[in-house]
Ligand binder design. Structure first.
Ligand code: S3P
Length: 174
């Protein structure tokens, strides 16, 4: 299939790889609106991600996540969409993303991820020993982000540098 000129960039990547920060900067630079999938879920559901996990379990959360992702991707307006780290686990979601957007994966080494997420209490999958949880989930999701159209390893980079790298790769991709 030929490359399409999508009017959406979807950021995927493990928790703590900088998707939210980078999506803000990209949105400013491109003048496209920024949507954060998790924020959208919380707004539509009127409850936090933690509350959804506690009441409906991970499976319940994933069902809502797919519904919201689908609506965001099918919207016509140009947008930068930051997804939750587990949105890539479903084949259906991966197909949706590839069919409607240029998919950009952000990577970072485990140390950097742990430093970013260790004091965070809002991520249900990292409660307990955050470092252990990160290592385990990174192992389980080893190849989960490989389907992206573009990948940027953000380790040691500033958010501005990551944005510049994405825009450069993206111009070549288009
Ligand atoms: C999750 C990542 C979170 C959030 C939820 C589950 C995951 O988003 O969607 O806690 O499974 O990796 P961030 O990647 O924005 O932290």
């Amino acid at each position: 299939m030929g490359r399409q000129r999508f009017n959406k960039l979807v950021l995927i990547g493990f928790m703590g790889t900088g998707k939210s920060t980078v999506s803000r900067l990209l949105s400013e630079q491109l003048g496209w609106k920024r949507i954060d999938g998790d924020e959208e879920i919380e707004r539509l559901e009127g409850r936090t991600i933690s509350d959804i996990f506690a009441a409906d379990g991970e499976a319940g959360f994933r069902a809502i996540e797919t519904k919201v992702l689908e609506a965001l991707l099918k919207d016509e307006a140009p947008a930068i969409i930051a997804t939750g780290g587990g949105a890539v686990l479903s084949e259906y979601n991966r197909e949706l993303m590839l069919n409607h957007a240029c998919v950009v994966a952000l990577k970072a080494n485990p140390e950097q991820i742990i430093a970013r997420v260790k004091s965070d209490t809002s991520r249900p999958l990292l409660q307990g020993n955050a470092a252990e949880r990160v290592h385990l989930l990174l192992e389980q999701r080893k190849n989960a982000y490989d389907f992206a159209n573009l990948t940027v390893d953000t380790t040691g980079m500033t958010a501005d540098e990551v944005v510049a790298a994405i825009l450069l790769e993206w111009s070549a991709f288009r």
